[in-house]
Design a protein around this ligand. Sequence first.
Ligand SMILES: C[S@@+](CC[C@H](N)C(=O)[O-])C[C@H]1O[C@@H](n2cnc3c(N)ncnc32)[C@H](O)[C@@H]1O
Length: 207
Amino acid sequence: MVDPNYASFSTVISLVCPSAVASKYIHDHINNHFQLDDKMVLDFGAGTGANCCICKPDYYLGIEPDARRVGLAQRLYPNHRFMIFDEKQIPAPDASIDYIFVIAVLHHLDDSQIKNYLLEFERVLKPGGKIIAIEPCLWDHTPFQNRFMNWYDDGKYIRKEEGYLNFFHEGQYHCQVLKKFTKCFVYNEILFSAQRDDGTYAVPSQI
Ligand SMILES: C[S@@+](CC[C@H](N)C(=O)[O-])C[C@H]1O[C@@H](n2cnc3c(N)ncnc32)[C@H](O)[C@@H]1O
């Protein structure tokens, strides 16, 4: 049964910050930091495909465990490719991907799921390939927003910055926090990239 307080509050939030506006934040931040042209992008946990429009159709694969979302994404964006996946093996060949988008997905995953996915990311990324992640984030100096995000968001695992980055550091990734921003007044988020420490990652000015 829908909680009427939740329903009305979430309606207010969606009016204050419609999903198109939220997507625009994300797309601008990614475009400001990365050159996606002719780069093969895997959109991990693609949902209904909101992030595909910043990629060329031939260079994009969205994967998502929820079949209904995949169906909707494919109807909304018929030129882009979406696949259902089994939450284990990523349906992409070894060393075939330049960028993996992980947009608002990690906070839905527990620690062991993230560690297992990192092994798959390592397998499918080309040498020098990068993970581009945007996640809601708990900040020490914003207790109100932290409580709000934990109450409002479906994801059970909203973490602090180091909580996200530590997974990647343990997996021998080099991370860069590229942006910290507040979406719609109440949602604190970070954009970071992660690249394997194989000596090939770009220095910051080349990102
Ligand atoms: C908040 S939505 C974000 C969707 C999309 N990335 C976007 O930015 O619009 C989180 C997505 O993560 C997906 N998800 C949940 N559990 C997952 C898992 N174990 N592996 C991969 N994706 C998962 C959900 O089905 C959902 O589509």
